[in-house]
Design a protein around this ligand. Structure first.
Ligand code: T4K
Length: 376
């Protein structure tokens, strides 16, 4: 049977949007107050609500996740080398480079695709000051093992939880692990503020430093005490966040249902494997990822990606190419392909399928049937 292409483009993700009327009410308040930036009432309210939702002691909002990560690294005074994963979005790595830190690439775990905690220790040198792990697709890094290593070698830990908003391990918010955790609120994220981000942390003393770093280092009108930058989330972003937050849990549930439908159609398909999430995890439901084994499925991930386009389905290769292969990192000794076999394999196999609450059961079934029709 010939499957018809979708009449409209189906993207990997679509942002949830509140009713525009609801947003307008907030905007009117902002207009009345004339406070558009510099941590006004919308900002403070969102910060409070996110702290509660993420079940963390402290949270600080930022204009985007990348600046938040750059400031996290700066606040912990990391330098020299930081051990990290090549299997991530460029921002995880470039925020180190912007802090004059040399990344040391560690291979990934073959199942979770997060940094392989068993391979970290062998990469530690006298220049190492920290570990930067990424909870890829909301799958947590091995936080216990990483914590042990960091304590033993007196290293700081930063987690990039851009994909893990609302994730919990054994009912503990994922933002409680490590020294600082970064969340992204970009439009492509389940919870978003169009652009935005946050840092969560346990050490109260960090709060003032983060505040200064994101506000030009200005302590008061007469004192600038450190070389800060501008990392502040504005009132319009925060107002959008407050309205999106009301829809967050409903959207996450819808995506949970979509995940089940995908699993039902795909989990026994030769050549396709799904990401395993631990049973003690509350899933952020940020992405739905498949891995395609060319030999077993009959065609490669890249061919699947191209052929999907003919049906108006625009999947994404998150994350290809590996960060370690970028021209400005590829000559680092740790970037050698031989050191990163699992990361290279994952990067050639993964594909993010359309995953957002508005997709109907019928559309998901059709995406699966299109995919299965590619088999050889
Ligand atoms: N760390 C990690 C692990 C990350 O994944 C990211 C960001 C960061 C750090 C940095 O955080 P931020 O500084 O961004 O807060 C997207 C996002 O731009 C990026 O935020 C995200 N990760 C990454 C995984 O995905 P692209 O280049 O794939 O985005 P784009 O514009 O192609 O969008 C993907 C699809 O989403 C489009 O096909 C259509 C849909 N879309 C997109 C936008 C922007 C919409 O429907 N509406 C929209 O407004 O990077």
């Amino acid at each position: 049977m010939k499957i018809k292409k979708f009449s409209q483009s189906i993207f990997t993700t679509r942002p949830i949007l509140p009713p525009v009327k609801e947003f307008n009410v907030k905007i009117q308040k902002i207009w009345q107050s004339r406070m558009l930036a510099n941590m006004g009432s919308q900002h403070r309210e969102l910060e409070k609500k996110i702290t509660r939702l993420l079940k963390v002691p402290y949270c600080s909002l930022f204009n985007n996740g990348t600046v938040a990560l750059m400031i996290a690294i700066k606040s912990l005074e990391l330098k020299g080398e930081v051990i990290t994963t090549p299997f991530t979005f460029p921002a995880s790595l470039t925020s180190l480079t912007w802090n004059n830190i040399s990344p040391v690439f560690c291979d990934t775990d073959p199942n979770t695709l997060t940094i392989d905690a068993n391979k970290i220790e062998s990469l530690i040198t006298n220049k190492t000051t920290g570990i930067l792990g990424v909870h890829v697709y909301g799958n947590p890094c091995d936080v216990k093992k990483i914590d042990k290593i960091a304590k033993k070698h007196k290293l700081k830990i930063i987690y990039d939880a851009a994909h893990a908003f609302g994730a919990e391990i054994n009912n503990v918010g994922i933002g409680n692990f490590g020294d600082i955790t970064m969340f992204s609120f970009h439009a492509t994220k389940l919870f978003h503020t169009a652009e935005g981000g946050a840092l969560t942390y346990k050490d109260k003393n960090l709060g003032q430093k983060l505040y200064l770093l994101k506000n030009f280092g200005i302590r008061n009108e007469e004192e600038v005490v450190l070389p800060g930058i501008n990392g502040k989330m504005n009132e319009i972003q925060a107002a959008l966040g407050l309205t999106v937050l009301k829809l967050f849990e409903k959207e996450r549930k819808k995506r949970g249902k979509i995940r089940k439908i995908y699993n039902h159609f795909l989990n026994k398909t030769t050549g396709i494997s799904l990401i395993d999430y631990p049973s003690n995890l509350v899933n952020s439901n940020q992405y739905f990822i498949i891995r395609i084994n060319t030999k077993k499925f009959g065609i490669s991930r890249d061919e699947v990606y191209e052929r999907f386009k003919k049906y108006n389905v625009f999947a994404r290769k998150y994350f290809y190419p590996l960060c370690s292969s970028y021209p400005f990192y590829k000559n680092l000794p740790s970037a050698s392909r031989n050191n990163l076999p699992n990361a290279y394999k994952a990067s050639s196999e993964v594909l993010a399928l359309p995953f957002y609450g508005e997709l109907t059961d019928h559309e998901i079934e059709k995406i699966c049937l299109i995919l299965l029709s590619f088999r050889k």
